[in-house]
Design a protein around this ligand. Structure first.
Ligand SMILES: C[S@@+](CC[C@H](N)C(=O)[O-])C[C@H]1O[C@@H](n2cnc3c(N)ncnc32)[C@H](O)[C@@H]1O
Length: 333
């Protein structure tokens, strides 16, 4: 980034609440990365979610910030209809981009965590995590308990998320075998860090509306409001892609219906998807713009993910972002 550009960026950000973050790091980490044609460095983003979430969007946070801070007037509510680990909603609250978020998640294990946070049990969860002596036996004993309260279920979810391979909660998932540094089942168990994230969540819990429902219904409910924006990150199963099936218990969604719903939205939305031909065809058919953005998957392989929205011209200043190939263009768009 040139000095002049950087000075202009600083000026733009002067009144912004996350100024400190940008001062400590580079001003727009994603822009710097883009210039060297590398995916975003996730280490430059505060890790605020208590989950280790498959398909988590921490890497997308810098781009999300850029999108939402350019919304005029400032939106009142952010809706996340497929919340999962919820990093985008939490970031929006901590960085004061919106007054409230509506997080929607259909999976009962994940829902138990968000519900507990909203019900004021984040501090209890933090203490439970700090006090727990984690061994394979203690985890098995804990997660096999049935008829538990919502907050105990939330604790079970965090245990599974931290000790199952890849953080995957879907049926068929199993314990970490070797884990990091041969530490096996304990290799992703950082009690102090996870507890701190829960304690921090207490600071924003009263600004979260959580709903264990079908994300489609909630999208429909808010679709006609101008003061609402949507961040949409559905399970990827379009075009026969298998990733969503392996990672999530609830992976089967009507992608065509999702695109139709997006078209009916009055406010703005930003959607991320797998770079699949079927997805690009649907996006074109509904008149949306698309950009491909570099990312690294869980195996650290460089890939590209599709970003879909009403107007994505703001993304054109990222050197590594580009439109999908022209053969998918129809009607001269
Ligand atoms: C790609 S993940 C979201 C990841 C999230 N953006 C993050 O950063 O952690 C998709 C999520 O949608 C959830 N899901 C699937 N079908 C749903 C539905 N109909 N309504 C609400 N959530 C759903 C899955 O359980 C999964 O957690």
């Amino acid at each position: 980034m040139s000095n002049l550009k950087r000075r202009q960026t600083t000026k733009q950000l002067k009144s912004h609440s996350d100024m400190k973050i940008f001062r400590q790091q580079s001003f727009f980490p994603e822009l710097c990365e883009a210039e060297t044609r590398k995916p975003v460095n996730v280490a430059s983003v505060p890790q605020r979610s208590p989950f280790r979430y498959p398909g988590g969007k921490t890497w997308f946070v810098p781009t999300f910030r850029d999108w939402i801070r350019n919304q005029h007037p400032k939106p009142e509510i952010l809706i996340e209809p497929f919340a999962g680990g919820g990093i985008i909603s939490i970031t929006a609250l901590f960085e004061e981009f919106v007054s409230r978020v509506v997080m929607v998640e259909i999976d009962e294990d994940i829902a138990a965590v968000w519900q507990s946070v909203v019900d004021g049990h984040a501090g209890w969860l933090a203490k439970r995590i700090l006090d727990f002596d984690l061994t394979k036996e203690s985890v098995i004993q804990e997660i096999s308990k049935t008829d538990v309260s919502v907050r105990e279920k939330a604790f079970q979810t965090i245990l599974k998320n931290r000790t199952f391979h890849g953080g995957i909660l879907a049926d068929g998932s199993g314990f970490l075998k070797h884990g990091e540094n041969g530490k096996g089942i304990r290799s992703r168990w950082y009690p102090a860090t996870i507890a701190k994230r829960f304690n921090n969540l207490e600071l924003v819990a009263d600004r979260i509306v959580f709903r264990q429902e079908d994300g489609f219904e909630v999208m429909q409910e808010y679709s006609q409001r101008n003061d609402v924006v949507f961040f949409i990150d559905p399970p990827y199963t379009a075009g026969g892609k298998k990733a969503g099936k392996r990672l999530y218990r609830h992976f089967c969604i009507d992608h065509e219906r999702l695109f139709s719903l997006c078209q009916s939205i009055k406010g703005d939305f930003l959607m991320t998807y797998d770079n699949a031909d079927e997805v690009k065809t649907m996006a074109r058919a509904h008149g949306f713009q698309m950009r491909l953005i570099p990312m690294k998957n869980t195996h650290h392989a460089a890939m590209e993910e599709l970003v879909i929205g009403k107007n994505l011209s703001w993304m054109d200043r990222y050197a590594a972002v580009h439109e999908p190939f022209a053969e998918y263009k129809v009607n001269g768009k």
